[in-house]
Design a protein around this ligand. Structure first.
Ligand SMILES: *Cc1c(COP(=O)(O)O)cnc(C)c1O
Ligand code: SF4
Length: 450
């Protein structure tokens, strides 16, 4: 495990063999076994050797970020699984109990999977999502996993990898055709999971197909990735690191911009020699790195940490971009941060950074109608309200228009909010219903034809 030039996953089957676990109390080991049987668990040798502070277990943020924690499950769920393990239940029995719990946790984020799937020649384009005019999301099927799993992540239902080069180029050609047909699109965002878990050959197959089609409207290719934080060697010492940097160079040579959307939860992740070398290597090819992260309890609900993270990133030549609110699914109770607190963390941090760090936006929730930022809490005509605005919206007319919700201390997500000033619904709701109905009708029509 000490050799961090070769990637090695840490998981339920092998974590107890880590030398670091010799000092970890038995009840914490048991919690990992129990909770890790239900929620996906993967860390790796770099995270373990470089990022986790083993003198501060269980509170260390990086430990909280990749190792399952007892309170991520309800007491009843925890006891049910623990009882199975204690009595040495058969694998089938354990699987039954675990599957039941997983169904109850319902990991499907509302409106994300069914909606916004583009249609070409009457066929729904799986692996693509087009919600905001300018940007198409592309989920290469081989990129639906990560170098480690964040404990708060809601994507675990879709973590299944597969497939080959031929499939990749077929998918990429469909994406290119879609871009040619949709001149309003300027950005493609490769996302996952983490597209950087793919070998460079495969990433090249996707990108080169796009560059070959050369859609004149395509200005920027983005890659959403957590690899800078979880496996920066992807960009430096991995066998095909150079080939990946060459892909970036080819995009830039075509006259386009490459933006790496680096997901960092904590300043620790920006602090190792490995990540510094990776940032340097990427930037040397002319690639811009923008950074984003959700604000999550037990991991980074601390304004001083955010300020230091944004300063460090800016110093390294990265551009702070978004602070997100964690989605309301999965083990949300353990990780949730109320809106008013998220806003306070953001604002306190923002106030103590130079203007160069203030490219960051947020705190923002990615909801069915769009990305909604919490601008603050105000009292208007005696009513205490949240002031909100859309940073991105399903209907561009909604963007940058202030709107108001009744203040409540417990609200963590749009679903918890009600319109202020006695209004019966938010200004966007009627139109949103129309848009979703259209989408449903189209989907129904296609499945009826199929
Ligand atoms: C965040 C997001 C984008 C990109 O939005 P930007 O503000 O341009 O970064 C695109 N599509 C979806 C569905 C998103 O959630
Ligand atoms: S890196 Fe992103 S997709 Fe992967 S586990 Fe973390 S939050 Fe989920």
């Amino acid at each position: 495990m000490n050799d961090i030039t070769r990637y090695q996953p840490v998981n339920l089957a092998n974590f107890e063999k880590l030398p670091q676990f010799a000092r970890v109390p038995a009840d914490i080991v048991r919690d990992i076994r129990v909770v890790g049987s239900v929620l996906p668990f993967k860390s790796n040798n770099y995270v373990v050797e470089r990022l986790i502070n083993w003198d501060d277990i269980p509170n260390d943020p990086m430990f909280q970020l990749t190792f399952p924690q007892r309170r991520m499950l309800s007491e009843a769920h925890y006891e049910a699984v623990a009882a199975c393990l204690d009595r040495g239940a058969s694998p089938e029995e354990l699987r039954g109990v675990v599957n039941e719990i997983r169904l109850e946790l319902n990991p499907h984020p509302a409106g994300q999977l069914e909606h916004n799937v583009p249609i070409v020649d009457g066929e729904r384009m799986r692996g693509m999502q087009h919600k905001y005019d300018e940007t198409v999301l592309f989920f290469p099927s081989q990129g639906q996993t990560c170098h480690a799993y964040c404990t708060y992540c809601f994507r675990w239902a879709q973590f299944v990898g597969m497939s080959d080069l031929k499939f990749a180029s077929r998918e990429a050609h469909r994406l290119a055709a879609y871009l040619v047909d949709n001149p309003q699109v300027s950005d493609v965002l490769f996302t996952g999971g983490d597209p950087m878990v793919m070998r460079s050959k495969l990433i090249a197959a996707y990108v080169d197909a796009l560059l070959e089609a050369n859609p004149p409207n395509l200005r920027t290719i983005r890659f959403g990735t957590k690899a800078l934080a979880y496996w920066p060697q992807r960009f430096t010492s991995d066998a095909d690191a150079e080939a990946l940097l060459d892909v970036f160079s080819r995009i830039i040579a075509s006259g386009r911009q490459v933006a790496l959307m680096g997901h960092f939860n904590h300043v620790v992740e920006c602090s190792t020699p490995e990540v510094r070398a990776a940032v340097k290597a990427i930037r040397s090819r002319g690639v811009n790195i923008r950074t984003q992260s959700p604000v999550v309890a037990h991991i980074n609900d601390d304004s001083a940490m955010w300020a230091e993270m944004w300063r460090t990133q800016t110093q390294m030549g990265m551009i702070p971009y978004y602070m997100f609110l964690a989605r309301d699914t999965g083990p949300q109770d353990y990780f949730k941060v109320p809106l008013w607190r998220a806003h306070r963390i953001f604002t306190t941090a923002y106030r103590h950074t130079s203007g160069l760090c203030r490219t960051v936006r947020g705190p923002s929730m990615s909801t069915t109608p769009g990305k909604i930022a919490v601008d603050g809490v105000a009292t208007i005509n005696g009513e205490k309200v949240f002031v909100l605005h859309f940073v991105q919206a399903r209907d561009p007319e909604w963007v940058n228009r202030p709107f108001f919700a009744k203040f409540t201390k417990d609200a963590c997500w749009l679903d918890d909010l009600e319109p202020a000033f006695g209004e019966s619904e938010f200004f966007f709701e009627a139109r949103l219903r129309d848009l979703l109905d259209q989408d449903d009708l189209e989907a129904e029509r296609l499945s009826a034809e199929a």
